[in-house]
Design a protein around this ligand. Structure first.
Ligand SMILES: [Zn+2]
Length: 306
């Protein structure tokens, strides 16, 4: 190799090194990950007012599923607008196979099917920064609330944790809280939004997509307007994430389960930690919330429908 060739190679290498240096200087700092977990129930989805719309095998079920995907994708769009780097959606209603994998936004990972150990919260862990509850409903025994129930309409009359009667949103927010993840938004009817604020505090963003007139009728927001509100609400909630606090009960956790009938409590009492506190009521205490939640699920699943 002669000297002039070596000189040319040296100059080319120097220019290359300088270019790498400049591009490294100009490259923006990597953004922190924003992992968002979305649990999606069905009774609180925009447009839904009746059990037929959330039950496979009925003429109206397909419409319910389409509306469900509409609300989910609105939440996914809101999360992406806020800079979400990973989004996990857990189908959380009934068979947990309601969301069409072909219709959900391709940036979201779908968890489909049941049973799952954490049920409506399957997939959450400490790596997530925020949790969103879409399509939720009020607890059993709430007036003017679409399809109000708690976990199982045919088995559960009420669930209390540390003396406070809980809707599913509270039981599930405490699972998120167990992993240090705050619930930042809840959507559903006006009744569940009211309960979300009562339990999680005034900072949680709520999106009311309908106002119930009894258990099976509601004044609906137009679907497009409801979905726009969900999208904007999710973006807003994630933008002010720094102020959000995980929801936790104080340990030890005292769970009380009121069944509808005593025959159900007879079955639930087979669970070793259960104590009978009345004809229809079982009580137990757990030091670990997830362990307590799983015991509660077993007590519900073991009981015959009324
Ligand atoms: Zn449901």
């Amino acid at each position: 190799m002669n000297k002039s060739v070596i000189a040319i190679i040296t100059v080319v290498l120097m220019i290359g090194a300088a270019a790498v240096f400049v591009s490294a200087q100009q490259r923006p700092a990597p953004k922190p990950p924003l992992k968002v977990f979305i649990s999606v129930d069905m009774e609180g989805i925009s447009g839904i007012v009746h059990g037929d719309q959330v039950s496979p095998g009925t003429a109206e079920y397909a419409d319910g599923c389409a509306w469900m995907v509409g609300d989910v994708n609105a939440a996914v769009h809101g999360a992406l607008a806020a800079g979400a780097t990973e989004i996990v959606v857990n189908d959380s209603h009934g068979s947990m196979r309601n969301i069409d994998p072909g219709a959900i936004h391709p940036k979201a990972t779908l968890i489909s099917g049941s049973p799952k150990p954490l049920s409506m919260m399957q997939g959450i862990d400490a790596s997530f920064q925020a949790c969103i509850l879409i399509g939720y409903h009020a607890r059993a025994g709430t007036e003017d609330a679409i399809l109000d129930h708690t976990i199982s309409g045919s088995v559960v009359r009420a669930i209390r944790v540390n003396g406070i009667e809980m809707p599913e949103l509270g039981l599930n927010a405490a699972i998120a809280g167990y992993y240090g993840v705050p619930v930042v938004l809840v959507s559903g009817d006006t009744a569940v939004c009211r309960q979300a604020t009562e339990i999680l505090g005034k900072d949680v963003v709520t999106v009311a997509v309908k106002e119930a007139i009894g258990r099976q009728a509601a004044k609906l927001r137009p679907l497009s307007e409801a979905q726009n509100l969900i999208q904007a609400g999710v973006k807003d909630a994630l933008n002010k994430l720094v102020a959000a606090k995980p929801f936790k009960f104080a340990a030890p956790y005292r769970f009380e389960l009121d069944y509808h009938i005593s025959a159900q409590a007879d079955m639930g009492a087979m669970i070793p930690s259960a104590k009978r506190a009345g004809a229809r009521t079982l009580v137990f205490t757990a030091d670990d919330y997830i362990e307590g939640f799983r015991t509660l699920r077993a007590m519900i699943n073991i009981a015959p429908a009324r």
